[in-house]
Design a protein around this ligand. Sequence first.
Ligand code: RP5
Length: 167
Amino acid sequence: MQEKAGIVVSVVMGSDSDLPVMEEAVKVLEAFAIPHELFLTSAHRTPERTAAFCRGAYKRGVKAIIVGAGAAAHLAGVIASQTMLPVIGVPIDATPLQGLDALLATVQMPGGIPVATMAIGKAGAKNAALFAVRILALEDADLLKKLQAYVRKMAQEVERKHENLKR
Ligand code: RP5
């Protein structure tokens, strides 16, 4: 497996079919200039590849792992069981159950192995990246300032939309 150095956040997904959702996480990481990587592995289809990824992540300096998976979405939990890094799960709506299957599989972890589970789909992927940024901002004052500016901009956007409602 080719392992990249200098990566701070890994964005892992169970299938390339998850990419359109996980792109939302990538957009946020790019906006905050966080060195990141995309990594494809499956808890069920490639268990050894998943284990090898977990063994290498901490040593490479990765600080948080975002994991998107759909269906019987065990990937985030399996990764959390094999690394001490914080794991942020994104349930993906990949089946006729519209993500409820993935939500329950990701969030209902047994005590002892935490997965910080976000909302289903694109909002969850976006928030997973923002959650990773919050973790990193604990020890990075410049990043904290960027995060505060992002939040202020979001508030201004709501006010601008309110003004546009006035006729
Ligand atoms: C999960 O199964 C993946 O995360 C994906 O959401 C779902 C379907 O995968 P594909 O059949 O599209 O590869 O493991």
